[in-house]
Design a protein around this ligand. Structure first.
Ligand SMILES: NC(=O)c1ccc[n+]([C@@H]2O[C@H](COP(=O)([O-])OP(=O)(O)OC[C@H]3O[C@@H](n4cnc5c(N)ncnc54)[C@H](OP(=O)(O)O)[C@@H]3O)[C@@H](O)[C@H]2O)c1
Length: 248
């Protein structure tokens, strides 16, 4: 695919967690990075950390749940360095509420941020990549996109995997590569409620950096989650039992 120090990468959800760490990792390896999210102050902190370490980065404030904001993001991102070679669709939100108490607005917001936005942003940036016969798109899904655990969240993550894996097939031979990263539990704001020890976002950032130069279909991080994914596929009733008692 080329070298990272020749790439321009756009990372969504780069104000914290996996996205911020990925932006720093890519910039540290020489890529020019565009960081997008809603919290401008957090983005500015990340850009300052990157530039003070000698890297190149620019922030664009954007709400990926808003189509006009997404269109502006795509336009401005291309304008910054003249092109976008790598798109990392990372922005995401979660909720583990029982389905009967999730309100309609929450469902729509999660589908919009986790599933619709990656598709729309990819559609906006793909024509330029196809024209240059060069590009990488990485979608951050989840182990919850293999193991059905969290209704709406799982629906969006199964969905984004379906989108990315199909697009990968559709784009074979074009020079544009599509990969999926499916993290298990990672220590970020999203999992702040969880007490158990978890790996930090660096493991996902390293996997994403690897995919930009050596695209693969899908990477599960940490790899130990392959076990749970295999059990879900081959013996889902084992997962039913492991996840708890039936409700009365
Ligand atoms: N942590 C885990 O265990 C885990 C596991 C599997 C998959 N993932 C996935 O990894 C991705 C990153 O999550 P994280 O764990 O790093 O959590 P995080 O620290 O909460 O980061 C989420 C990022 O998404 C951005 N975001 C949320 N809504 C947005 C919107 N409407 N417009 C633009 N940006 C938005 C947030 O920025 P602003 O709030 O500033 O907009 C933030 O930068 C998500 O897709 C998540 O589903 C995480």
């Amino acid at each position: 695919m080329g070298k990272l120090d020749e790439m321009v990468a756009l990372v969504t959800g780069a104000s914290s967690g996996i996205g911020a760490t990925t932006a720093r990792e890519l910039a540290g390896r020489g890529a020019r990075v565009i960081l997008a999210a809603r919290r401008a102050d957090r983005l500015a902190e990340q850009v300052a950390a990157i530039t003070s370490a000698g890297g190149q980065a620019v922030a664009i404030e954007a709400d990926v749940a808003d189509t006009a904001s997404l269109e502006r993001l795509a336009r401005e991102a291309v304008a910054v360095y003249g092109r976008v070679d790598a798109l990392i669709n990372n922005a995401g939100i979660g909720s583990a509420k029982r389905f009967e108490i999730v309100d309609e607005a929450d469902i729509e917001r999660m589908v919009s941020v986790n599933l619709l936005a990656p598709m729309l942003l990819t559609r906006l940036l793909l024509p330029g990549m196809l024209e240059r016969k060069r590009g990488v798109i990485v979608c951050v899904a989840s182990v919850a996109g293999h193991v059905a655990t969290e209704t709406v969240y799982s629906a969006t993550k199964f969905g984004v995997r379906g989108f990315a894996l199909s697009l990968r097939r559709e784009l074979r031979g074009t020079g544009v590569h599509v990969s999926v990263v499916s993290p298990g539990f990672i220590r970020t704001d999203l999992t702040a409620w969880r007490r158990a020890p978890m790996p930090g976002p660096e493991v996902v950032a390293t996997a994403i950096a690897g995919l930009l130069t050596h695209p693969r279909r899908e990477v599960v991080v940490p790899a130990s989650y392959h076990g749970a994914i295999a059990v879900e596929r081959l013996a889902p009733w084992v997962v039913d039992r492991a996840l708890g008692r039936p409700r009365r």
